[in-house]
Write a protein that binds this ligand. Structure first.
Ligand SMILES: [Zn+2]
Length: 385
């Protein structure tokens, strides 16, 4: 058996103990103090292994954390470090642990954020620990970048993520793999959102109906129109996910609004889509229409470099871990979207294997911990030559 895999298996319980601590430190995106406390735990978990550096996030979110690993071997002067990318925040509010405690049973580990992505962070720490303890030299610099606001769009960390990625020769994104076989992710859709607000004219629905201009009727027609922007063949979807408006049934509505999620597989489709949104005009001239928003994550497109990086991972996995590795594409975004859009080879979905991200059955497979830790270590060692 491969010595790294062997090492990872022997340290599995120790890793699980760290993961338990990480899950039991709840870290919702909107609670900066909680996220900062979680970052402190990561620093403690990497004591002696990495040098921490905190940076302030733009906005009210928690700090971002960079861990610079101290690894065996002389550092080369060549630029281009290896950057692990993850996030400290989860979608789960404080107190979720009461109904969803950390648990270990049925061959799985359960709890809020265990899959997305506290396990991925623990795996990266242990992969670097493996290189250290087995004295396997790496000549490039290796860092782990942990942002505080990924689940709410990464607005406070994006510029810093991009600046770090520009210096990287490869980015490994510790998001969970796809499905219970843990396929890596070599393509992700770009994500955007639009807000649409309609102002109409209020009137008594019984006495003065014709004097009113219904914002609800106008919005309904707009929603029907923008739904036609969806083009499944292009992987382009438009979803009006939230809608509201009006005050009373006997009032012609003066106000209505909708929030629309858009996804694009190719960056080239984003601008024409945006033009369509900006060109929307009211059907009823007495109503006014305001459209704001746009793309906030570019797509992670499967470039030649990304395909090559995946092939490297697949080859390492087959040769050293005796495990085939597959790739997948997803409609969900991650911070890998930003790094890939800069042209930096990015391999995503290399974190834990499990299911139920953002759902009550969130869990990871215990018997896929060691091979994922080993895969990360093998990749860093290979890419770091
Ligand atoms: Zn995530």
């Amino acid at each position: 058996m491969n010595e790294i895999l062997d090492w990872a298996q022997s340290r599995r319980d120790e890793l699980i103990a760290l993961l338990k601590e990480l899950v039991e430190c709840e870290s919702p995106s909107d609670d900066a103090a909680a996220v900062n406390q979680f970052q402190d735990l990561l620093v403690a978990g990497s004591a002696g292994l990495a040098r921490p550096k905190f940076t302030k996030s733009a906005g009210a979110y928690g700090r971002n954390l960079r861990l610079d690993f101290v690894l065996p071997g002389p550092r080369r002067k060549t630029p281009g470090w290896i950057l692990g990318v993850g996030h400290a925040d989860t979608v789960w509010s404080l107190g979720t642990l009461q109904s969803m405690p950390f648990q270990r049973h049925s061959g799985r580990l359960w709890g809020p954020g265990v899959l997305d992505m506290k396990a991925g962070l623990a795996f990266f720490l242990y992969a670097m620990k493996a290189l250290r303890e087995l004295d396997l030299p790496v000549s490039r610099k290796v860092s782990l970048w942990v942002v505080s606001d990924e689940e709410v769009g990464s607005t406070g960390s994006r510029a810093q993520t991009e600046a770090l990625a520009r210096e990287a020769s490869a980015v490994l994104v510790l998001e969970p793999g796809t499905g219970l076989d843990g396929k890596l992710k070599t393509a992700r859709k770009g994500v955007g959102d639009y807000k649409m607000s309609v102002r109409g004219k209020a009137a008594h629905a019984g006495i003065d109906f014709e004097a009113g201009a219904s914002a609800i009727v106008e919005l309904a027609r707009q929603v029907a129109r923008l739904t036609e922007f969806t083009d499944l063949k292009k992987g382009l979807t438009v979803n009006p996910g939230v809608i509201g408006g009006g005050t009373r049934t006997n009032v012609v509505a003066a106000e209505a609004h909708a929030e629309v999620d858009v996804r694009v597989a190719r960056l080239q489709d984003a601008k024409p889509l945006d033009r369509k949104f900006q060109a929307l005009k009211p059907f009823d001239k007495r109503c006014s229409l305001e459209v704001t928003g746009g793309l906030n994550r570019p797509p992670l497109e499967r470039s030649r470099e990304i395909a090559a990086l995946f092939r490297t991972a697949k080859r390492l996995s087959e040769a050293h871990l005796g495990r085939t590795l597959e790739e997948s594409s997803t409609g969900g975004g991650s911070d890998g979207n930003f790094t890939a859009a800069l042209g930096v080879p990015t391999l995503d979905g290399i974190g834990a294997v499990g299911e139920g991200a953002h759902a009550p059955h969130e869990s990871i497979l215990e018997d896929r911990i060691a091979d994922r830790v080993a895969l990360l270590a093998l990749l860093v060692r290979h890419l770091g030559q």
